[in-house]
Design a protein around this ligand. Sequence first.
Ligand code: HEM
Length: 403
Amino acid sequence: MRLLSKNFDPLDSNFDQSSFDAYHELQESDPVYWWEDGRGWIVTRYDDCLEVLRNAAAFGSDVRDWEEFSETSEVSELSFFRLKNYGLTASNAAEHARLRELIRKPFGPQTIRAQSELIETIATSLVSEFRSRGEADLVAEFARPFAYHVIARILGIPIHEDSADDFAELTHRGMQVMNPNLPAAARMGYIEAAEEWVACARSILDQKRREPQADLLSALVRDEHDPDTALSLLLSLVVGGTETVSNTLPLGLNELLQHPDQFKRFQEEPSSRSRAVSEILRHQASTKFLIRYAKQDVVLRQRLIIEGQIVYVAMGAAHRDPGVFREPDRFDISREPQGDQAFFGAGSRFCLGSHLARLELEIGLSTLMSQLSHLSRPSAVLEFEPNSLVRGLQHLPICFDPA
Ligand code: HEM
């Protein structure tokens, strides 16, 4: 155990380089592990993770159930955070179901399939901006704007050349306040961005109230009369729809580039892509931890979790659990689905955007492959974002034939 507690430090910026070894050690020796610096329990085995996510009576998402929560802390006073008290994260079961119903419609499988052309057009247009250069940073120049533009179009966020990019940038910067590893010096800038995000989002919704259109945000403000609730749902959709896809796509491309035979298969056999996307979501999970708060005392694998304590559900670990996935560390896009896969969570808070996410990954990756010939990446060591909740690359430099 001493060795583990020394090496296991999700707050360390190098953690992502070796996290899966540490997870395996925990799965083997201490699957419900007290993480001293995180002042909470880390759950690493697949079945236990699912048990925590599904047992909403014992494990909730409302930060106000945390024993250390303070209404007056610097962060909880932000309007960005207060919004969480109105929305999906903090609502009880009946209110949660009502809120989901307000925003569910455009994300069903068939409605999302019908967006394929739009998603492909966005991807192709972004590639055309750097195609002639022969090199690009896939994170900044493709993955981030791609995820943002898709969700903006689906929701009906106006895309005027200037303000769309402002709001995209604000979203990315504002979301950083949720990063528990934020250095104090950087915090002020992000706090300002988060507050600006709220002001900007409020004015987008006001505009929809004044001039409704045939889009999700207009329907939302028509059906939901509490402005803070509507704002909070917009926050969940924009946050849920951007960082997740923009982190997963570069991680997936990077893995495919390291396995040229699998890259070729993805490129040449469209029928292989759905399973390949599952393997990317499994092997390269971008959600490191989902957080829950114990609503009562619970015993899990003989550990007593006390009411009010945090439980970190280690999604990356769960999907590399050798008890469920054969040779879990091997990347194999032809892998038969194993286990009851939970890439998008489990229980009542299951990801609302799972069909959209899969389609974006499939179309985003295939567009890059079809538009850029001799795609490769320089052999530099890749740096991960310093964030203990989310796993993503800071940059992914790529090279290709200029066209
Ligand atoms: C690779 C992409 C994605 C991954 C891995 C992912 C993963 C997840 C997971 C694990 C949850 C459950 C959170 C919890 O239990 O605390 C979740 C919830 C959610 N996701 Fe996603 N997601 C992705 C893309 C998207 C997209 C594109 C959208 C856009 C609509 C979206 C919207 C949401 C929303 C609104 C929730 C909250 C649902 C609720 O509380 O009822 N996600 N996602």
